[in-house]
Design a protein around this ligand. Structure first.
Ligand SMILES: NC(=O)C1=CN([C@@H]2O[C@H](COP(=O)(O)OP(=O)(O)OC[C@H]3O[C@@H](n4cnc5c(N)ncnc54)[C@H](OP(=O)(O)O)[C@@H]3O)[C@@H](O)[C@H]2O)C=CC1
Ligand SMILES: Cc1cn([C@H]2C[C@H](O)[C@@H](COP(=O)(O)OP(=O)(O)O[C@H]3O[C@@H](C)C(=O)[C@@H](O)[C@H]3O)O2)c(=O)[nH]c1=O
Ligand SMILES: [Mg+2]
Length: 298
């Protein structure tokens, strides 16, 4: 089996390089070898590699910047998945793609299922939703994993921002009225490997969209406190510990992009379809923090 992996230097892509290696020969590309916004280069790459599976971990993920940089966000998050889908359909390949809880506006009380209609409240979410639709239209053999609040030891994420703020400041405010589930990049990568193995062995598995996030939910505020609590317990010098985090309402922390109030994902369909378990978010965050705190990533 041959896998083409895009976005190899991103949080999820980095972990996928490790997780997919035992399954297949993996051609992993980053921005330097392929600009996803370059449609012709992308088509040429797929035709040269001739993969059985395309795993698309590249994306435009700068949520605030996307509001003023729409063309690039749509090129990477909508047009590229369409091109990958078209090329995969032509070659009979499977496409595994990622999407986000931000396809939902977050106004619903109960967790979102795959049957709930997306209604994104920002450009990033809209570009990702249109990317889902474009891939779905282009290639029947697709898997879209919608996940949330991704963190890895390598890369940009909220947990690492909080560690930096905890080093630099005595106190800072974090919104306490937005709910979701922090999901480790390594967990997603390992789940992808399990899925691809299952699709390789069975013909009866359904394609389509699945919600995949760590178990439980929290707020950005409680998540920040958890991160600083772990850092403090490991003996790291911090200006702000958990009590240095102030709870804010969303309107007290204005950002260019609106965020969903509650984008909790119902993951029952994923767990029952594939017989997999999604561990609680605390477990995953703790593991990532251990990697950061024990290394020079701190
Ligand atoms: N991060 C999160 O919190 C969440 C992410 N997701 C989804 O999960 C997937 C993986 O996300 P994650 O690993 O966190 O994202 P990252 O931002 O960590 O990685 C994305 C990668 O894509 C690359 N990329 C961006 N634009 C281009 C381009 N034009 N050409 C080539 N490469 C490009 C980036 O390169 P560079 O760094 O140079 O820009 C980066 O290496 C994405 O589909 C994302 O939408 C879903 C929910 C939450
Ligand atoms: C850094 C910081 C953020 N916040 C708020 C802003 C925002 O509402 C929330 C999270 O901020 P961030 O900008 O780090 O997170 P954000 O970029 O919105 O994270 C999202 O990224 C995309 C790619 C996804 O797909 C989503 O699942 C989600 O992970 O916390 C504070 O209140 N205080 C702070 O000091
Ligand atoms: Mg961000």
């Amino acid at each position: 089996m041959k896998i083409l992996l895009t976005g190899k230097d991103g949080q999820v892509g980095f972990e996928l390089q490790r997780a997919l290696a035992p399954l297949a020969s993996v051609t992993a590309v980053g921005r330097a070898s392929c600009d996803l916004a370059n449609e012709a280069a992308l088509r040429a790459l797929v035709r040269a590699v001739r993969p059985d599976v395309i795993v698309n971990a590249a994306a435009y993920t700068a949520v605030d910047k996307a509001e003023s940089d729409q063309a690039e966000a749509f090129a990477v998050n909508t047009a590229a998945p369409r091109v990958l889908g078209e090329e995969a359909a032509r070659a009979g390949a499977l496409v595994l793609h990622f999407s986000t809880d931000y396809v939902f506006s977050g106004e619903q009380e109960r967790p979102y299922t795959e049957r709930d209609m997306p209604d994104p409240c920002n450009v990033y979410g809209l570009s990702k939703y249109q990317g889902e639709l474009a891939l779905r239209d282009a290639c029947a053999r697709h898997l879209v994993l919608r996940t949330s609040w991704v963190l890895g030891a390598h890369g940009r994420n909220f947990a690492r921002t909080v560690l930096r703020l905890g080093r630099e400041r005595d106190a800072f405010g974090v919104v306490a009225d937005q709910h979701g589930a922090p999901t480790p990049a390594a967990l997603l990568a390992d789940l992808c490997a399990h899925l691809l193995r299952q699709y390789g062995q069975r013909q009866d598995l359904p394609f389509g969209t699945y919600h995949v996030a760590a178990g439980g939910t929290t707020t950005w505020y409680d998540y920040a406190r958890f991160v600083l609590g772990q850092a403090r317990a490991s003996g790291k010098p911090l200006k702000a510990g958990p009590d240095g985090v102030r709870a804010l309402d969303t309107q007290a922390y204005p950002t260019p992009a609106k965020r969903p109030r509650s984008s909790r994902l119902d993951t029952a369909l994923f767990c029952t379809t594939f017989g997999l378990r999604l561990p609680p978010w605390e477990e995953g965050v703790q593991h990532v923090l251990q990697q950061i705190l024990e290394s020079d990533l701190w």
